[in-house]
Every structure is written in structure tokens, then in C-alpha cells.
Ligand binder design. Structure first.
Ligand code: ADP
Ligand code: MG
Length: 137
């Protein structure tokens, strides 16, 4: 996908998350860019469900990271919105999360100001009326 694509509703956003899950059979780093309410966590929920997660997916707004273990693999969902300073990522041991065999999904990567390595894919989401548009690079 090199162009903005319309995503009609939440169900479609969940399906995109599921499709992305198939593209990452092992580890990787996926960053999610977009305003509050864009649908970043929704996409992560679709991805986690596709990998077998059945419970809630809460935004780790205060804890910064929520760990999952699905299909023998570690998956870490970050929400850096409340990160006070990029160095906080070093204190929390970000390098231990970014192992080659772990899949990391990061909302608000902008807050990390260069501490995160280059993402495998960057997902941009924006509002489009009541729907959304998505760009994956
Ligand atoms: P973010 O994590 O970017 O802040 P959320 O994933 O929490 O955003 O989603 C915010 C709201 O947007 C939710 O109510 C969700 O159902 C809705 N939403 C997600 N994707 C779409 C879409 N493609 N069209 C319309 N609403 C959507
Ligand atoms: Mg969110």
C-alpha cells in the first residue's frame, strides 16, 4: 500500500490489523502514527485477535507497555503518549523488548525522539469524516 486507503469502519480496521499479523510471522517493529482516536489501538486489537488473543486490549497509556504471549511469541504493545522524556525508554529497558524474535507495536513513536530503531513498517491513520484513511509504508 503506497497510497491512502479508505477504511470504512471499525470492522475494516480490525481486518487490516489481522492482515498485518500475517505479514509478521516472527518479530518486528511496527509504529502507528495518528491523532488521538484515529484507530491505532483498534488496529492493534485486530492484529492481536488474529493471533489468538481473546481478552480485552487496553491501551497501555499509563503503564507504557502491555505484554502478550501468543503462539509462542512475545508481542509488546506500547503507548508512548504519556512518555515524559525519551530517556524513560532506556530506563524501562526498551532494548530488552526490541528483540528480533518479539513483535513490537508502538503508538505515539514520535515521543521516543530517535531512541527507537527504524520501523519495519509505519502505519499512518487519519480521520476522513466519520471513517478513516490509512497509509502503510
Ligand atoms: P487511537 O488508539 O488511535 O487513539 P482507537 O483505536 O482507540 O484510537 O479508536 C478510537 C475510535 O475510533 C474507536 O471508537 C474505534 O471504534 C473508532 N474507529 C476505529 N477505526 C475506525 C474506522 N475505520 N472508521 C470509523 N471509526 C473507527
Ligand atoms: Mg490508542
Amino acid at each position: 500500500m503506497n497510497n491512502w486507503q479508505r477504511v470504512d469502519d471499525e470492522t475494516a480496521m480490525l481486518a487490516i490489523g489481522a492482515a498485518i499479523a500475517q505479514r509478521f510471522p516472527s518479530g518486528g517493529l511496527i509504529t502507528l502514527h495518528g491523532d488521538l482516536g484515529a484507530g491505532k489501538t483498534t488496529l492493534v486489537r485486530g492484529l492481536l485477535r488474529a493471533l489468538g488473543h481473546t481478552g480485552n486490549v487496553k491501551s497501555p497509556t499509563y503503564t507504557l507497555v502491555e505484554p502478550y504471549h501468543l503462539g509462542g511469541r512475545d508481542i509488546f504493545h506500547f503507548d508512548l503518549y504519556r512518555l515524559a522524556e525519551p530517556e524513560e525508554l532506556e530506563y524501562m529497558g526498551i532494548r530488552d523488548y526490541l528483540r528480533p524474535d518479539a513483535l513490537c507495536l508502538v503508538e505515539w513513536p514520535e515521543k521516543s525522539a530517535g531512541i527507537l530503531p527504524k520501523a519495519d513498517i509505519r502505519i499512518h491513520i487519519r480521520h476522513c469524516g466519520n471513517a478513516r484513511e490509512i497509509l502503510i509504508e
